[in-house]
Design a protein around this ligand. Structure first.
Ligand SMILES: Cc1cc2nc3c(=O)[nH]c(=O)nc-3n(C[C@H](O)[C@H](O)[C@H](O)COP(=O)(O)O)c2cc1C
Length: 307
C-alpha cells in the first residue's frame, strides 16, 4: 500500500511525506510535547506553533473557550521566537525521521522575508508554512490573507528569501478564497494549506461582556468542517498545486472526505486536544479504509469526489 505524497514537486528539495497525515500549527506545540505520548515519527509531518521574529506573550486571558462542537481561541501567536526555535527545537527535529515544517507569521512583509531567510538551511526545518491567516493578531496575520494582492506580496517575499518548500496557509475570512489561492500560486508557493480558523465570538450574558479577553477569536473543530471542506474543494479546483486540507478533522472518514475533495494531505488540529493520539488514529483509519477498499495508492483517492 502506497501512502507517500510529494507536497513540493517543483521545489529543488521537495517535500516528501511518508503519509498524508500532518499536525496543524498551534495544536501540537513543537512536537516535543507529544513525543512521549505516542510514536509521532509515524506521522507524515509536524507543523510547529507559529513563529515570529521576537518572542510573543500572546493576547489577554481568557483565550480559549469551548463552543458547541468547536473551540474559540485568541492565543495570538504566543511563541518562543525564531532564535530560540533554531537553538532549542531545530536540533531535536534534525534527529527525527518525520519532517517538521516551520509555521511563520509577521507584522510586515519584511518580517516574513527575514523569518524565511533565517530559517533557510537550518537542519531540522524541512519546509515553511506561511501563516497569512491568523485572526488573533492586530497587524499582519489574516489581514495579509484577506486579499489576493497582499497575499501574493507576502508569498513572493518569502519565495525570494528561501529555497525551502513554501506552503501558504489561507484564511477562510475572505470573500473569494480561490482568487487568493490563484494569486499565491502565481507568486511562487509550492503548496497551499487551508483553512485557518473562522473569526468568531461569545458573550457572557450575566456580565454583559465578551468571553474572550481579545473580544473575538478563531473558531476551530468539528463545527467548521463543512466550511473547510467546501473551501478545499474550491481551491483544489482552482490551482495546480498540492493542497493540504485542514478544519475540523476528527477521524479517518473526515480526513478521507478532504482527500476526496482534492487534498493531497490533511492536518489534524483541535482533535489533538481531545485525543492527543488523534493524528495517528486517523492515519491508521485511512490505512484500514484503503485495505478494505482494495486501494493500492492514496493518489487514487485524491480528488475522487470531484466533478
Ligand atoms: C489553540 C490554537 C492555536 C493555533 N495556532 C496557530 C498558529 O500559530 N499558526 C497557524 O497557522 N494556525 C494556528 N491555528 C489554526 C490551526 O492550525 C487550524 O488551521 C485550525 O484550528 C483549523 O483546524 P482544526 O479545526 O482541525 O483545529 C491554531 C488553532 C488553535 C485551536
Amino acid at each position: 500500500m502506497k501512502l507517500s505524497v510529494q507536497l513540493a514537486p517543483q521545489n529543488e528539495h521537495g517535500l516528501p511525506l511518508a503519509n498524508p497525515v500532518m499536525t496543524a500549527s498551534g495544536t501540537f506545540g513543537y512536537g516535543t510535547e507529544y513525543s512521549h505520548l505516542f510514536d509521532i515519527q509515524r506521522l507524515g509531518a509536524i507543523v510547529c506553533k507559529g513563529t515570529t521574529l521576537e518572542p510573543w506573550d500572546g493576547n489577554a486571558q481568557p483565550r480559549i473557550i469551548e463552543t458547541d462542537n468547536g473551540l474559540l481561541n485568541s492565543i495570538g501567536l504566543q511563541n518562543i521566537g525564531v532564535r530560540a526555535l533554531i537553538k532549542e527545537k531545530a536540533p531535536i527535529w534534525a534527529k527525527w525521521r518525520v519532517p517538521v515544517i516551520g509555521n511563520i507569521a509577521g507584522e510586515t512583509g519584511d518580517d516574513y522575508a527575514r523569518l524565511a531567510s533565517v530559517l533557510d538551511g537550518v537542519a531540522g526545518v524541512s519546509a515553511l508554512e506561511v501563516n497569512i491567516s491568523c485572526p488573533n493578531v492586530k497587524a499582519g496575520g489574516a489581514e495579509f490573507g484577506a486579499n489576493a494582492e497582499s497575499a501574493a506580496r507576502v508569498t513572493a517575499a518569502v519565495r525570494r528569501s528561501t529555497s525551502l518548500p513554501v506552503l501558504v496557509k489561507l484564511t477562510p475570512n475572505t470573500s473569494d478564497i480561490a482568487e487568493v489561492a490563484i494569486a499565491v500560486a502565481k507568486a511562487g508557493a509550492d503548496a497551499i494549506s487551508l483553512i485557518n480558523t473562522l473569526k468568531g465570538m461569545a458573550i457572557d450574558i450575566d456580565k454583559r461582556q465578551p468571553l474572550l479577553g481579545n473580544v473575538t477569536g478563531g473558531l476551530s473543530g468539528p463545527a467548521i468542517k463543512p466550511v473547510a471542506l467546501a473551501m478545499v474543494y474550491e481551491v483544489a479546483g482552482a490551482v495546480d498545486l498540492p493542497v493540504v486540507g485542514c478544519g475540523g478533522i476528527t477521524n479517518a472518514s473526515d480526513a478521507i472526505e478532504f482527500i476526496m475533495a482534492g487534498a493531497s494531505a490533511v492536518q489534524v488540529g483541535t482533535a489533538s486536544f481531545v485525543n492527543p493520539r488523534a493524528s495517528l488514529d486517523i492515519l491508521e483509519g485511512i490505512e484500514k479504509f484503503m485495505a478494505e477498499e482494495g486501494i493500492e495508492d492514496i493518489a487514487e483517492l485524491v480528488g475522487a469526489a470531484r466533478r
